[in-house]
Every structure is written in C-alpha cells, then in structure tokens.
Design a protein around this ligand. Structure first.
Ligand code: C2O
Ligand code: CU
Ligand code: CU
Length: 516
C-alpha cells in the first residue's frame, strides 16, 4: 500500500506567525477557517487531501504577548463527509452530525466557554451545535508566562480523526522576562511540530477502519485502541532537512501525534540543553542526551551546532535494541550544518532561567485518587476509563476555585498514559511504583519502592505528564483563575475518544464542592 519514501529530501517548512486581522483596545483579533485542501507532504508523493486551519498543515502559527488578549473566530467550512473512517458505535454518535469541530488551545488559562468543551462542537457555518453552549469566537487572556501552546480539534468522540486529518497548529506566547534572557531568537528560534501519519501511494491519508486482528462482529468502522503512523512528519513534511549555521539554535518542539511517544536523541556527541517544558521556562537548563516525549508535551531546547560545521546530524527517535529494521520512525529529521555563520553568535544560555514557586507551599485542600483502568466493551474491545467512569457520567472532580489539590493518578494498566488537565499548569511531585500483579489479584496497592522525584526536565510547569504503568504519579495544581466546567483526559487521542476523558468542575460556591 505505501511506498518507501526517501528521507531528508524536502526542506523543513518555516512557520511564520499569522498576521492579525485587527488590533483593538481589547486585544488582537484573528479569523481562522477550517477547510479541506491539498498539500504535498513529500517530494515523491502526490498531494494529500487534508483538513487544516486556514487550509494549512500545521495550522497558522499564532504569536501572542503576555497580557494582550487574543480573540479568534474559528470558522468551520469543512465538507460534510469525513476524510477518515468514523466509528459511530461509541457514545451514541450515530445521532450526531459526522463532521463537527471545536477548537481547544492546549495549555491556556481561559474561561470555560472559550476552552473548547468537547460537547460545544458545531458544524459547517455553525448550522448545528452541540449540547454544551458553543460559540465560534474564543478569547484567550494570555495572563500566564511565556510558553509554547498548541491548538487542536477537541470534538467529542472524533478528536483522533479530526486531528489526524490535520486540525492542529502552534501558538507561541511571549513574555518580557524571556526576551531579556537573550536566548537564540528570530531565524535561530525554530518551532517544530512532530507528528506521524500513514500515507497511501496516491498520497492520501491512511487510517485503519478496524484493528488488524478485528473479530467478525466488530462494528465497521471500529475505533482502534491506539494508532501509530509509519511516516514522521515535521511541520508538514515527511522527514525534512534543515540547513543551519554553526551556532546555537532554540527549537520549540511539540509532539502532535495521536498515540506515538518519542525518545528524542541526536546522532552525534551533542546533547540537548532543555530550557523549557509545557508551561514555559525551567529554573535551570537541563543537559540531556535523550528526551522522552509524550503526545501533547512541548519541549524547549537549545542545540549548539558551533562545533559541527560541515556535519549532518540526525534528530532520532530511539526505538531501542529490539526495533524492527524496517521501521522508519527511528528517524525524525536532519540538520545540515552547511550555512556559514552570518554573525557572531551573541545569544546566551543563562544558568538561571526563571523562578518557579513550589505549589507545595500552598495550603493543600486534599488529595484525589484517580485510577486509570482498563476494561472491555460489549464487542470485547479495550475500553479505558478514568476511575471506572465514562465520559457521560456525572462530574466527580470538582475542586473549589482558588484551592490547591494533589491529584494522584494510579495507573493500573500495562502501559503509560499522558494525562492532561485543562485550565491549569501543574507541578509533578513524584512517581511511586506499586505491584500491579498484586493489584490485579486483590485490588490492593502495595508499593514496591519509595516515591521518586520527577526527572529534572519535568520539574517546571506541566500540563501533560506521562503516568507510567504500575505507578502512582502525583501532581499538584491550583485550580484558578476561572470556575466552570473543564476536562481532564489521556492525550493518546484514541484513548481520549473512548473513553479516557472526564469533565471536571471548578466550583465557585462551597455547596457543590466535594468534602475530602
Ligand atoms: Cu490537547 Cu484536552 O487537550
Ligand atoms: Cu488542553
Ligand atoms: Cu491513555
């Protein structure tokens, strides 16, 4: 079905910030339209039909400034037929229009009605709308520190397919503190959206309509328990290359894949200097050889090419010793240090990047124990749940506005899940291993070791964290500055859609707050 593609033949697309439509006293305004379009993802492939914001993949990059609100009218002009096989057997989706969208800006602190609630979806031209109050124009206050955020579709039960079709883009929030640090900037600061897709020989997107080992009685199409594409796409090109100067560069990297996690590594003796995570700069740079990178996470790294003039350096995804030699996803992109140095590199990598107050100093209102659970549906398909609850069950997590809580994610499945909480940036306290076999026998949590501190590059602000199998991963968050209904979920999109997502309520009145 697929054709073997030559790697490193297309230059990396350079993403430029979108020009605002207007600036007014209340902020900056954009209008962005979701459309179907065609675009070449590789030199040797015919153009691929995609869905994209403003007909682009990745969507146009928005550059915002701290404390300057951004308003986006997200218009839907998509066709009424989906590009990919849609399973309507889950969540009673057969009642709903197939093509429905709603945009979520991942990592933003905004009011609930601008957050992109999964049931605040709408169709082409806003003709039909979901059961939760929906609007097309969202406001992002940007009262938070500089960081790389990203926007993507979030419509209930179909997020995996809408995002796979191309509905994702980046959003860089700038702040004054960061500007003063003199990090590599301008041509030397490069956003990278890493994702994976499978492509047919005619260029079209391939997404299976059923799992490989599908039983006969399965609905067709049927949702998959996970999906990894075989082709790595960076900024909309398969395995691109980038020519660089022998100097420091700053890369703002997003994992926009549905399921795939990466182990990023350079095939040279150069290490990454990681300076930021999901919610902005770390306290100090972390020198790191290999970076584990889960769906929806962002990393901010400096790579210093100054001693590599003339070399080609690969950004790799370490697949480990048992990797299949035909698996091409061990390569991501190539850097060619072939440009001559335009000007002396005067950028700086300071040893102190930012101040991050520990949330442990706050009064802690309580701990919520939240179990990640595997079960099965009536067709015997895997059905992953949070605390044994379905998406449509009543709200159970309802922190009081302004309070600080610990959420203890207890992973009773055999694999990692990247857990994401909307509205907040949290801090990771620890991961503690427990005996999964014992748990499976009698439901008891017996720890097999002491709590372990998070990795050095996870000690800043996070909104998505890997919860490894057979661990309790504890995070601490202050639920502010808005009350209302938000969601938390696994960011493997196939899990999020079925059914690893829950609404939660930031309550602004004592009455409907859980007592611990
Ligand atoms: Cu990337 Cu619910 O989010
Ligand atoms: Cu989010
Ligand atoms: Cu998951």
């Amino acid at each position: 079905m697929r054709r073997k593609l030559e790697k490193f033949v297309d230059p990396l697309p350079n993403l430029q910030p979108l020009k605002p439509d207007k600036k007014t006293g209340d902020g900056v305004h954009y209008e962005i339209t979701m459309k179907q379009f065609k675009r070449k993802l590789h030199r040797d492939l015919p153009a691929t039909t995609l869905w994209g914001y403003n007909g682009q993949f990745p969507g146009p990059m928005i550059e915002a400034n701290r404390d300057e609100p951004v308003h986006v009218a997200w218009l839907n002009q998509l066709p009424n037929k989906h590009l990919l096989p849609v399973d309507v057997s889950i969540h009673g989706l057969e009642q709903l229009p197939i093509v429905r969208t709603v945009v979520h800006l991942h990592g933003i602190e905004t009011k609930a009605d601008s957050d992109g609630h999964p049931e605040a979806w709408y169709t082409n031209n806003f003709q039909e709308t979901g059961p939760v109050f929906s609007r097309e124009t969202f406001t992002y206050p940007n009262h938070q520190r500089g960081s790389l955020l990203w926007y993507h579709d979030h419509a209930m039960g179909i997020t995996r397919l809408n995002v796979y079709a191309g509905l994702a883009g980046m959003y860089i929030l700038r702040d004054e503190h960061e500007k003063l640090l003199n990090l590599p900037a301008g041509d030397y600061e490069i956003p990278l959206m890493i994702t994976d897709r499978s492509l047919n020989a005619d260029g079209s997107l391939f997404y299976p309509s059923q799992p490989d080992d599908a039983a006969k009685n399965l609905p067709n199409p049927s949702i998959l328990p996970a999906y990894n594409g075989d082709t790595i796409i960076v900024n909309g090109k398969a395995w691109p290359f980038l020519e660089v100067e022998p100097r420091k560069y700053r890369f703002r990297i997003l994992n926009a894949s549905n399921t795939r996690s990466y182990q990023l590594q350079l095939d040279s003796n150069i290490n990454f200097q990681q300076i930021g995570s999901d919610g902005g700069l770390l306290r100090h740079p972390v020198e790191i050889e290999k970076i584990g990178f889960q769906p929806a996470e962002r990393i901010d790294v400096i790579i210093d090419f100054s001693k590599a003039a003339g070399q080609s350096i690969l950004l790799k995804n370490d697949l480990g010793p048992d990797a299949d030699p035909n698996d091409d996803t061990g390569d991501i992109m190539q850097f060619r240090v072939t440009k001559s140095l335009k000007n002396k590199d005067r950028s700086h990598l300071p040893q102190t990047l930012s101040v991050i107050p520990s949330l442990k100093q706050n009064d802690i209102s309580g701990i919520r124990y939240l179990k990640l659970v595997g079960s099965a549906d009536e067709f015997d398909r895997p059905l992953l749940l949070l605390n044994n609850k379905h998406w449509h069950d009543p709200i159970t997590e309802n922190p009081q506005l302004g309070t600080t809580e610990i959420w203890a994610f207890t992973n009773t499945t055999n694999f990692s899940h990247p857990i994401h909480i909307h509205l907040v940036q949290f801090q990771v306290l620890e991961h503690q291993p427990f005996d999964l076999e014992q748990y499976n026998q009698d439901g008891k949590i017996i720890f097999t070791g002491p709590p372990e501190a998070p990795a050095a590059n996870h000690r800043g602000w996070k909104d998505t964290i890997e919860v490894p199998a057979a661990t309790i991963t504890r995070v601490i968050a202050k639920f502010a500055p808005y009350s209302g209904e938000f969601v938390w979920h696994c960011h493997i999109l196939e899990h999020e859609d079925y059914d690893m997502m829950r609404p939660y309520m930031v309550a602004d009145d004592d009455k409907n707050n859980t007592k611990f």
